[in-house]
Design a protein around this ligand. Sequence first.
Ligand code: ATP
Length: 200
Amino acid sequence: MVLIGLTGGIGSGKSTVARMCAQRGWRVVDADRIARDIVEPGQPALAELAQEFGQDILQEDGSLNRKELAHRAFVDTERTQLLNSITHPRIQEETQRQFVAAREEAVDFTVYDMPLLVDNGLEGDMDFVIVVDVNPEERVRRLVEFRGLDEVDARKRINAQISDHERLAAATHVIDNNGTLKQLAERAAAVCDDIEAVSS
Ligand code: ATP
């Protein structure tokens, strides 16, 4: 199985490219989705979070109140580490489970959609690394227009991530997404074609 890391700054178009990869039959392992799934009601991580941070982090229907958890967890490094010690092992376990399942099912190409791939130094574990690249001003524009983020918040989130320069240095393939969605589809297809060709 060929394992392809897919990354890019917030709002760069990773999910859009991941959908295109799925359409051509590649398996997608979605890091953001795994992070959400492990704190769904009934999951052990959610019960542990409630035990450590208080029942008020739960909404009436038993689901996680993310805002309240953030208020309580991101107050100091000790509390942040406590949060990470509960969630990170579960995220890693589920990620590995999905990689193993893809191998067992003899999937040829698996794309790991992971915003923090380079921030977390995971690029070395991948056979290829695709970076979706968009200039920061355009990302701010898209985050405000399509996601309804406030402009200051969008800039803050971009600045909290690793620099574009560092991320691009880890790429084996770069997809320029400063153009239209049609151009993105063409460029993504060309990159996937190339990965399939060099892997065969
Ligand atoms: P996040 O980091 O928040 O998970 P992402 O990198 O997965 O974001 P997407 O959700 O794929 O990014 O794209 C962000 C928004 O920009 C979406 O609304 C998407 O439809 C839009 N978008 C992506 N590429 C283009 C493009 N070339 N032209 C116009 N809109 C685009």
